[in-house]
Ligand binder design. Structure first.
Ligand code: ATP
Length: 392
């Protein structure tokens, strides 16, 4: 619900506020750029300013602008609002106009916050605002005040020169502005988990370089399409970043592993995958790898085996979903829009041996895997290609 004459979106951010003033200022600058990029990507007109620990979007389309802001990493919430001069008369006028437009029944409250120097305080705004709302509607119905559980809350934020009146607060993803961390290579498969993991890393400010290993005969024709679709969905959260999917042709290497390695095959495959990711990271200036692995989800993801596969790379392997249950992951995938209903036959399943080891000693994994496994990884990384992902 928008107040009449709504012309601004008040955007709040969270973690940014706990940094030193220099870091905070940098982060706010990045957030401002990202909100502006999100608006531009969606064709929403607006000017984005930074003021007193808030981002303000001045826009003729506050509804769409609030949605765009609420999809931007680092944003805690966004409220489409009408701006008024910060004096009691102007604020109560805006509240009365808003009440006439939207207050039809039930109980209401006025919830004011104030910062800066004024000759009134927030209790004065609550009192005068409450009277104004009451007077605006009392000829039509009997208004009621309920400060604990109102049906409609008239919110007011008063700052030095301006005040903002709004009725709703849309939740953003929270986290930190994208670009405030160094990038990570996101291993993106055609599955449900890896896009959620990449999104989580992005939410904490790290841009991702999406990497897909094309498993050739061990994959499936729609795996690549799935990975591309996931990259496209992620790209919609980061319009000013390069989220083209990088595709590594790993079919030959995987075929050779299938022929030559037994019960530890999946671990060698994953060690190979991390090595490819490491080389791609070096080329892209990324400082780590992010995957959708979770403890115990597969035999290669036991606590013991995660340790074995980590030894293949000097880069940290980040696993945001490490402790998540599948249902939580599915819920998150639905929320962020990367969930695909139909399950695919995963290439890894075709590659998996019938009796994989759940706690393989790293020495025996190394002994059984081809000596030149990591050379294959280098060769594959050298011919990685970009699949340009058309915008969503
Ligand atoms: N072909 C691939 N290309 C890139 N990354 C992959 C590939 N296969 C697996 N991964 C990475 O390894 C992680 C664990 O692999 P696993 O076999 O459990 O994935 P999956 O079930 O195919 O897909 P997901 O984990 O995305 O649901 C994935 O979350 C992903 O980060």
């Amino acid at each position: 619900m928008l107040p009449p004459g709504a012309d601004t979106v008040v955007v709040r951010h969270g973690d940014v506020g706990v940094k030193s003033s220099h870091v905070q200022s940098e982060m706010e600058r990045t957030l401002r750029e990202n909100v502006a990029a999100m608006l531009a990507d969606r064709g929403v007109p607006g000017e984005v300013d930074r003021e007193w620990g808030r981002i303000l979007v001045r826009t003729p389309e506050p509804d769409r602008a609030a949605d765009a802001a609420a999809d931007t990493f680092g944003v805690v919430s966004a409220s489409p609002a009408v701006a008024a001069p910060s004096n009691l008369d102007a604020i109560t006028d805006a509240l009365a106009d808003t009440a006439r437009e939207h207050y039809r029944e039930g109980a209401f409250a006025v919830d004011a916050r104030r910062a800066g120097s004024h000759d009134f305080d927030s209790r004065d705004v609550n009192r005068a605002g409450g009277d104004a709302v009451w007077a605006a509607v009392e000829d039509d119905f009997e208004p009621e005040v309920d400060l604990d559980d109102p049906d409609l809350t008239f919110s007011v934020e008063v700052r030095d020169e301006e005040a903002f009146v709004f009725l709703e607060t849309r939740d953003g993803p929270g986290g930190m502005p994208l670009g405030t961390q160094k990038p990570l290579v996101a291993l993106l498969s055609g599955g449900i988990d890896s896009p959620v993991a990449a999104w989580q890393a992005m939410k904490r400010g790290a841009p991702v370089v999406p990497l897909y290993l094309d498993l050739g005969d061990y994959g499936g024709p729609d795996h690549l399409a799935r990975a591309e679709e996931a990259a496209r969905k992620l790209d919609a959260y980061a319009p000013n970043r390069d989220l083209d999917l990088r595709v590594a042709p790993a079919g030959d290497a995987v075929g050779r592993l299938a022929e030559s390695v037994g019960r530890t095959r999946m671990l060698s495959y994953r060690r190979f995958m991390y090595r490819v990711a490491e080389h791609v990271a070096e080329d892209a200036g990324a400082v780590g790898v992010v995957t959708g692995e979770a403890i115990g989800q597969k035999s290669s993801q036991t606590t013991a085996n995660l340790g074995v596969v980590d030894r293949a790379t000097h880069l940290p392997v980040h696993r945001p979903l490490l402790t998540w249950d599948k249902q939580e992951i599915i819920r998150a995938a639905r929320d962020i829009g990367t969930y695909r209903d139909s399950t695919i036959e995963v290439g890894c399943n075709r590659l998996a041996p019938s009796q994989p080891l759940t706690a393989a000693p790293v020495e025996s994994v190394r002994k059984d895997e081809p000596d030149d496994l990591f050379e294959w990884a280098r060769e594959v990384a050298d011919v990685v290609e970009r699949a340009e992902v058309p915008r969503a």
